[in-house]
Ligand binder design. Structure first.
Ligand code: PMP
Length: 382
């Protein structure tokens, strides 16, 4: 039976995007593909307001994280990692392996590193790079990127933002937020299958890359990919043709909806789903002030004595994939995405499946009550 993929990525892939992946693959030198690739790169650059270059590379989000560092740092550089959880910590490992000097600000899970925390560090020591995770997928927390970006600029460091669980669902612009390298990937708010690493580099970041001369990395080198992104008739590595077509379709959907409208829809969806899921006794891990619009961690009601593995197995049986929690919260709740090209029908089905799952796990509730709350919220939305 059909199961809704409500984990925080991959997200549901709509038919029109799937159709692009099912097309007969053509040569990457075919003029029709070259034009499609060109329009994808142009749209990414323009929509996210990047004065440098956008890159579309075969790979996952982690490749994009690593690629950002490969192109703007050299061993010995100092990096300040703003970590709000599991994926923030991943940057610490990536940086240390590259011989970078790393300091970390770690927020308690559910909260975010604040602009004041960053100012505190930057005013005491010179950093070359600051990294932050826009939406932390382990906690459902959104960081104040624009404010951190402003401080980073004032201290003349480069600002790297992990937008994997944010881009296309949470407001994010390179120019106004002071972002030098934004990294993301295809399987989250873009609603495309996994397989594309996406990067946006500001002019300042590209200048930094040039100043480094030859770097040890080849596949990840901006200088190797720049000619291709500027003119996709050029070759460096074989482009993932069908995924690029799928991304083109995703961008068509995004342009049709409008980016601002898309951000507003995600915010509204998050609030409505929270209200419905909370009414069953689950609680949102993220502080309200930092609540991400793209996904949430819902903690089990303590008194219900939920067996986590059983809860998610029953959820799958009821037709919905949800994710387990990470770190100290493993076993204590579930993570649910509600981003990308989802609609009211998907949200209704998802919350209904959670209701049935809760009842089958012994949580006392009146079936349909949470759905009613969701229904009311969805009416107000339109
Ligand atoms: N950063 C964040 C915020 C993520 O959520 C993820 C994946 N869930 C990654 C990085 C890594 O991306 P990938 O799994 O595609 O390598």
């Amino acid at each position: 039976p059909h199961k809704l993929v409500m984990i925080p990525g991959p997200t549901p892939v709509v038919r029109s995007i799937q159709d692009q992946m099912g097309r007969e693959t053509i040569a990457f030198g075919d003029a029709r593909f070259i034009e499609d690739f060109r329009s994808v790169v142009k749209d990414l650059k323009e929509l996210w307001r990047c004065d440098g270059q956008a890159f579309v590379i075969a790979g996952s989000g982690t490749l994009a994280m690593e690629m950002a560092m490969a192109n703007i740092s050299k061993p010995g550089n100092s990096v300040l990692v703003c970590s709000n959880g599991f994926f923030g910590d991943r940057y610490v490992d990536i940086c240390r392996r590259r011989g970078l000097q790393v300091d970390v600000i770690s927020a308690p899970w559910g909260k975010s590193v604040t602009p004041e925390d960053v100012e505190g560090k930057l005013s005491k020591k010179k950093y070359d790079i600051v990294t932050a995770t826009h939406v932390e997928t382990s906690t459902g927390v959104m960081a104040p990127i624009a404010e951190i970006g402003k401080i980073t600029k004032e201290h003349d460091a480069l600002f790297v933002v992990d937008g994997v669980a944010a881009t296309g669902g949470a407001e994010e612009y390179l120019d106004t937020m002071g972002i030098d390298v934004l990294i993301s990937c295809s399987q989250k708010a873009f609603g495309v299958a996994p397989g594309l690493a996406l990067l946006w580099a500001s002019k300042k970041a590209l200048d930094k890359r040039k100043s480094l001369g030859t770097i040890v990395d080849s596949y990840m080198d901006f200088e190797k990919w720049l000619p291709v992104m500027e003119d996709p008739s050029k070759y460096w590595g074989t482009p993932p043709i069908n995924l690029i077509w799928a991304l083109k379709q995703s961008l068509e959907i995004i342009k049709e909806e409008g980016l601002e409208e898309r951000y507003a829809r995600h915010k509204k969806q998050a609030a409505v789903v929270d209200e419905a899921v909370s009414s069953m006794g689950f609680s949102v891990l993220a502080d309200k002030a930092f609540r991400a619009p793209t996904l949430a961690v819902y903690l089990y009601p303590e008194e219900a004595g939920i067996d986590d593995a059983k809860f998610r197995a029953i959820a799958a049986d009821e037709g919905i994939y949800i994710a387990g929690c990470l770190g100290n919260y493993a076993g204590k709740g579930f993570r649910m995405g509600h981003m990308g090209n989802i609609d009211k029908h998907i949200l209704i089905s998802a919350v209904a499946a959670i209701e049935r799952t809760a009842v089958r796990n012994g949580i006392k509730l009146e079936l349909g009550r949470a759905l009613g709350i969701l229904q009311r919220g969805l009416i107000e939305e339109s």
